[in-house]
Design a protein. Structure first.
Length: 139
């Protein structure tokens, strides 16, 4: 069931930035991100990996949670708003894996507000809240 959520993600190929789901319940999800150390990692800009780009990983974790506990199907998603974002590091240069958590604050199958954080072995990289719009996609 957890891996099915990855297959229903709005992103595919290299832009699917979540490698696996560690745990999920009705309120939250915890995931491992794909390997960010690759020089071809899709969020790199000019070879650099900026902390601000980690917001996308938080959004993808929220989308996985929505797939598991709200939409329950393939869907498209759109970030409508970001609030209370704290970028703790300008550059991400860590050797360890990235973990991401998202907690649903409120929502339904059409959209939800989530708290998220992306961390590595050195601590929090970025955290905040995002509002997602979600639409079921009939394949």
């Amino acid at each position: 069931m957890l891996e099915d959520a990855l297959d229903r993600m709005p992103h595919s190929g290299p832009m699917r930035l979540i490698e696996s789901v560690l745990a999920s319940d009705l309120d939250r999800v915890r995931c491992i991100a794909t390997d960010h150390r690759s020089p071809t990692y899709p969020l790199r800009l000019g070879g650099m990996l900026y902390g601000a780009t980690m917001i996308e990983i938080g959004a993808q974790a929220a989308a996985i949670h929505a797939s598991l506990h709200a939409v329950g199907a393939a869907h498209t998603g759109l970030i409508l708003a970001l609030t209370d974002v704290v970028i703790s590091r300008d550059l991400v240069e860590s050797e360890g894996r990235l973990e991401v958590g998202a907690e649903r604050i409120e929502g339904d199958e059409n959209g939800a507000r989530y708290r998220f954080e992306v961390v590595d072995g050195e601590g929090v990289i970025v955290s905040g809240e995002l509002l997602l719009s979600m639409r079921r996609r009939d394949d």
